[in-house]
Design a protein around this ligand. Structure first.
Ligand SMILES: [Zn+2]
Length: 596
């Protein structure tokens, strides 16, 4: 190479260097964003006090709201969003358009932009009550009005530009960027971007179409790639886990039990037990429930459509028949079938307790006392509860509105009946906390509505159970008790391992209390199972000792669930695979109940 060539190479290298430096400087210039003040167009608050009172607050679903979101500046992939504060705005912090399921909420909203501009409009938003994504439903219309009088319109499609707030599924232009558990369910928000013309914007408008649409914040700014959150599948919380000091006491597996305790973890599939045991005890198979001598699997399928829901599963446990999803205590063709709980009470004089961390009119508890063709007939279901004659009916406060007329503050009943007054006349005491349950007069039956939050801890269900066992065991004829934990199902739907573990531990504490009672007496059959699996959850320890957690879906699955049992009668289940109808059939046979 001669000198001339060297120089020219050097020059071109220098030019290239300068060019790339300029490019680098250009890239390095921080993208800029202008959060749009939603205040001008916000329609409602993040928090909702009373469900269905038509005053809104988020989606008018009561505590199932977005009050869990923190106000102030939220940065997502560098994009700044301003989250308003309910108190500061006097309850106008977000835009919630009702759509077909909430026609009484606003159908449109508009935010003033006052001539600001940007390459992109970013929305932090979500939808609710969405038709299936494959139908390509339009959640709503988005309009950007420019200062020059022109307008751009977008069809904001569910499954492409927006996603369901109660599901973790993200889409091409609906990136899941924020999630939290709102004490009801796992909720998420999604970021989407829409390309703008390079001219001043006057206003942004929103119009609902096929579902509810919630806009939490909007921002104008440069075009950047939005990064989604990875679900946090690391557990770093500490929980109290029960253990047994010694193997369970021996019993006669073929004897007839005087008492039956059925413990159901909603959606608590085999993966939930695996994960919980690995996390709490560093090995599989270490939960208290896994020490019960009968350990088999249970088939959960219903008559469909698709995999079972809690209603058909509860009906199978309670009556021994297969039915369609959503039916409670009824055959596929809507014939009422007596449950083992009803028959035990009416035919054998046994006491009955139904305790759940869900609402008492929700599907799993209702399967043991109600006969309706659809699980959402809460008003009718509550009448079945009120007239069941059961000794103990306890659930979360969410079931309470179905016991009071619409004319009262929290009531939802169209017929105006006050079922709690009716139950009081029939000898029920109404309790709203554990202490009141402990102190309820011995001669009374008990109906209970536990405030939100009190059914969340690992041991709360076991505490209710211990008090219930003390009361039920006064009946010389015996009792039937169904206890349900609802948290496990929420862990599966939300792909939230924290809830999967906490719920499974809630079941395990309840099993420990049941086992201690049964061991001391020798006359009580304890069964532990799930109505179905949720989330296709699995867990394992990697070669380098890390706990790996995986959920393959956010839906219910037909994966067979664990079935564990202890005590007299448990021998009837001691085979490799049982069906959920075997629970109802076997109890009916053991107790000689006439249920068909
Ligand atoms: Zn579920």
């Amino acid at each position: 190479m001669n000198d001339k060539m060297k120089i020219s190479t050097w020059v071109s290298t220098c030019v290239l260097f300068c060019l790339s430096l300029a490019l680098a400087l250009n890239v390095a210039a921080a993208p800029s964003f202008t959060p749009l003040p939603l205040g001008g167009g916000a329609t409602t608050a993040f928090a909702d006090k009373h469900p269905d009172d038509r005053k809104g607050g988020w989606l008018d679903l009561g505590g199932n709201d977005l009050s869990v979101i923190k106000s102030g500046r939220l940065k997502i992939s560098g994009i700044s969003f301003d989250i308003l504060d309910d108190e500061a705005t006097g309850g106008k912090s977000c835009i919630v358009l009702g759509g077909p399921n909430r026609p009484y909420l606003p159908a449109r909203a508009e935010i003033p932009v006052d001539g600001k501009q940007g390459a992109m409009l970013y929305l932090l938003h979500a939808a609710a009550w969405c038709p299936p994504a494959k139908a390509k439903p339009v959640t709503g219309l988005l309009f950007v009005d420019y200062a020059d009088g022109s307008t751009t319109e977008w069809r904001v499609r569910f499954g492409r530009d927006v996603a369901d707030w109660a599901k973790p599924d993200a889409y091409k232009n609906a990136i899941r960027v924020w999630t939290a558990y709102n004490a009801n369910t796992q909720v998420s928000l999604f970021a989407s971007k829409f390309k703008l013309d390079a001219k001043p914007v006057k206003s942004v408008r929103f119009e609902a179409r096929e579902s509810a649409w919630m806009v939490v914040a909007a921002t104008l700014g440069d075009d950047v790639k939005i990064a989604g959150i990875k679900p946090n599948l690391n557990l770093d919380k500490t929980y109290a886990a029960p253990t047994l000091g010694k193997p369970p006491a021996a019993f006669d597996a073929n004897a007839i039990p005087k008492n039956v305790i059925l413990i159901i973890g909603d959606g608590m599939g085999p993966g939930a037990l695996q994960l919980t045991s690995l996390y709490q005890h560093k090995a599989e198979g270490r939960l208290v429930m896994e020490q019960l001598p009968v350990d088999t699997r249970c088939v959960t399928v219903s008559l469909g459509p698709s995999v079972t829901d809690s209603a058909a599963a509860a009906t199978a446990f309670a009556t021994g028949i297969k039915t369609k999803n959503s039916r409670l205590g009824m055959t596929e063709d809507k014939k009422a079938v007596v449950s083992i709980a009803e028959a035990a009470s009416r035919q054998k004089g046994k006491s009955v307790a139904i305790i759940t961390s869900d609402g008492i009119t929700d599907a799993t508890p209702a399967g043991f006392y109600a006969h309706v063709s659809a699980r959402n007939y809460h008003e009718e279901i509550a009448v079945f509860a009120a007239t069941s004659g059961y000794d103990i009916l306890i659930g979360g406060v969410k079931g309470k509105p179905w016991f009071f007329g619409k004319d009262t503050a929290d009531g939802k009943r169209e017929d105006g009946r006050n079922l709690i007054n009716e139950m009081a006349s029939a000898g029920y005491a109404c309790i709203e906390n554990q202490a009141a349950f402990d102190q309820a007069p011995a001669g009374k039956r008990v109906v209970g509505f536990m405030p939100q939050g009190t059914l969340d801890s690992e041991t709360c269900l076991a505490d209710l159970e211990k008090t219930a066992l003390g009361r039920l065991s006064r009946n010389d004829k015996g009792f039937f008790m169904m206890l349900e934990c609802a948290i496990t199902d929420k862990g599966g739907h939300g792909n939230n391992p924290e809830l999967s573990v906490r719920g499974t531990l809630q079941v395990d504490w309840a099993v420990k209390a049941a086992l201690e009672f049964a061991e001391a007496r020798g006359d009580t059959l304890v069964m532990v199972t799930a109505d179905h699996e949720t989330g296709a959850l699995s867990a394992r320890i990697s070669a380098d000792g890390k706990l790996l957690i995986s959920y393959a879906t956010t839906s219910h699955t037909d994966i067979p669930v664990r079935f564990l049992a202890y005590g007299p009668g448990s021998g009837r289940f001691d085979r490799p695979l049982i069906d959920n109808t075997d629970v109802g059939r076997t109890i009916a046979s053991l107790w000689d109940l006439d249920i068909y």
